[in-house]
Design a protein around this ligand. Structure first.
Ligand code: ITT
Length: 197
């Protein structure tokens, strides 16, 4: 299936495209950089609320255009720190920009719980049909920034399913085998095999 991903985050597109390609789907960005619109993101509704809101906005945007018959994908994701009652969650992007990864590391003292997880909610719409899935990747926050790969919080996130390195130290192909995005996209690909809503 040809899937148009409504996102301004090129890293998310690359990861989703790599994962979904293996599962028989192609992924392209819905709008070019020039056409890019800022989605209204009701972050107080959490990842799922934001994703459902974004899919409605994306659907309204393509109505009457040549993309109207295509499958549209949105995904909202974030990191949740055990020590901070699931913060920053849906606000991960803003918090990353405001504090930086050094600021996040400064918030975690040696005694504090370093457990964390990435979560992703993916929503795909095709005509009137809508599919929703989610994925989680458990791990912990490292003591220092390590590695330049990936994006966002990857240099400070050590996945439990890995070998002790941060996502920032891992190749994209290795991250994509165990990430929250992999889990959400794989579940989506499974659902697309069935006609369920
Ligand atoms: P769109 O809303 O345009 O899709 P965005 O980057 O703003 O792009 P989100 O609102 O879903 O996307 O915010 C996701 C943020 O969560 C992202 O900017 C990172 O800070 C963090 N994040 C999510 N998945 C991540 C991953 O795989 N690796 C590192 N950081 C991630």
């Amino acid at each position: 299936m040809r899937i148009l991903f409504a996102t301004g985050n090129a890293d998310k597109i690359n990861e989703a495209a790599q994962i979904l390609k293996e599962l028989g789907h192609s992924v392209e960005q819905l709008m070019s950089e020039a056409e890019r619109i800022e989605f209204d993101e009701p972050k107080n509704l959490g990842l799922e609320g934001v994703a459902l809101s974004k899919i409605e906005q994306a659907r309204a945007m393509i109505e009457g255009t040549e993309s109207a018959d295509c499958a549209i994908l949105v995904e909202d994701s974030g990191i949740f720190l055990d020590a901070y009652d699931e913060w920053p969650g849906a606000n991960s992007s803003d918090v990353e920009q405001e504090l930086g990864l050094d600021g996040i590391l400064d918030l975690l003292t040696e005694e504090q719980d370093r457990g964390a997880e990435y979560r992703a909610v993916a929503v795909l719409a095709l005509g009137e049909r809508v599919w929703k899935t989610s994925g989680v990747c458990r791990g912990r926050i490292s003591a220092e920034k390590l590695g330049d790969n990936g994006f966002g919080y990857d240099p400070i996130f050590i996945p439990d399913a890995g070998d002790g390195r941060t996502f920032g130290q891992m190749l994209a192909a290795s991250k994509n085998l165990i990430s929250h995005r992999r889990a959400a996209m794989q579940a989506l690909a499974e659902l697309l095999k069935t006609p369920s809503k």
